[in-house]
Design a binder for this molecule. Sequence first.
Ligand SMILES: NC(=O)c1ccc[n+]([C@@H]2O[C@H](COP(=O)([O-])OP(=O)(O)OC[C@H]3O[C@@H](n4cnc5c(N)ncnc54)[C@H](O)[C@@H]3O)[C@@H](O)[C@H]2O)c1
Length: 429
Amino acid sequence: MQVSVVGSGYVGTTIAAVFAAWGHEVVAIDIDAARVEALNEGDPQIEEPGLQSLLDAAIGERLRATDDFDAVAAGPCTVITVPTPTDPDGAVDTSAVEAAVGSVGAALEGTSARHLVILKSTVPPRAVETVVPQRLQAALGEPLGERVHLAVNPEFQAQGTAVGDFQDPQKLVFGAVDAWAFEMLERLHAAVLEPDRPVVRTDPATAAMIKYANNVFLASKLSVVNELANICKVHAIDAYEVMDALGMDDRIGARFLRSGAGWGGSCFPKDTDALIAEAGAAGYDAELLRGVRAQNERQPLRVIDLLETHLRVGEATITVCGAAFKPQTDDIRGTRTRPLLAALEPRAAQLRLTDPSGAIALADEFDRVEAVADVATALEGADAAVVMTAWPPYARLGEHLDAMAHPVVIDGRRAVEPTPEMTYEGLTW
Ligand SMILES: NC(=O)c1ccc[n+]([C@@H]2O[C@H](COP(=O)([O-])OP(=O)(O)OC[C@H]3O[C@@H](n4cnc5c(N)ncnc54)[C@H](O)[C@@H]3O)[C@@H](O)[C@H]2O)c1
């Protein structure tokens, strides 16, 4: 079937390429002309394993990009994947979603075919019931729920594994009120509607809440793990040994038990902030979630406490290895390297940042952080290396010890294979 995907970022580009691989005719729409041009040339503009080969197969065949919203009228459904950032108070900024559904509504005005607008952006339940449908309806010039419908279909993919996650989802959540809308969601996902794949069919606001609950639960699990792990560390106990045992209890689950320098990314921080803000606006103080968030702000600063047990930070050249919020992505949104650099910048004698991806651009946000792409060069003369992203090559940091002034390695991600020559310190082990 023909489908439009509005927003060609991490989610939009991935799902557009996979939809094309599933046999749909896909139009990717974005307001950023440079992004549209790059996509039409086969450049996804993001690092995501498996995406380039899907794009190579699809572009100019079943997938094309445009900045012209009129393309949405050619098919029965449009998927919205534009950003929903939070402002400094944590309140969700739904203006991009409102603008996108406004453009879609305007393109559908005066047409006659049924159409389903699917929100895949993470949008708070309140907005799903108020500003978003209001804007769509106003642009459309006719009541929603008759010819044109709105559905919520949250996305659970994780960056770094997004293609595989979308091709083999653990669950599908369809939030709609109309039988035809559910039927369209099923047709769109026909390739993965297998008998043992869970499909949750619910109303749009509940579907939106499921997405927030999913992310905020995972973020909370990690903050609890990090808090327990800090307590392990002060007792000289290896938190990984403790968590391995916890993971054997299927009430807890074995995943998301790796402690370290904290969680980041575009979704966990903003969705936790959003849920706290949305609850607050409705008169509920989400105190526990505020604690989860605060724990994650403190966590990367533990690195500095450990550094100070090995050297004088004010006299040291420190190389921070890893800017991306996790390996296999160049995304620096929410990266824990940012608060670490911000805290170290006024204190350290010299600061260097290395990362094998475009994430090294994080250094541009700071006056006194030198970007050095090559890890071996970045470690020359350094007094300490701090690992903040578990990029595979950092496992062999021991190969560069000879070039360092002192072989101090603080590992924030349990990424390094320690060697006898190394003064190695794990953040929580
Ligand atoms: N990144 C993830 O792994 C992930 C996972 C699940 C859900 N989400 C949610 O998906 C949404 C998109 O996230 P992302 O990381 O892909 O965002 P992104 O910032 O990578 O990309 C968004 C794209 O939308 C475009 N855009 C902005 N306003 C537009 C408009 N009015 N019309 C058309 N295009 C417009 C931008 O130019 C950009 O290309 C967010 O709500 C996010 O919370 C993200």
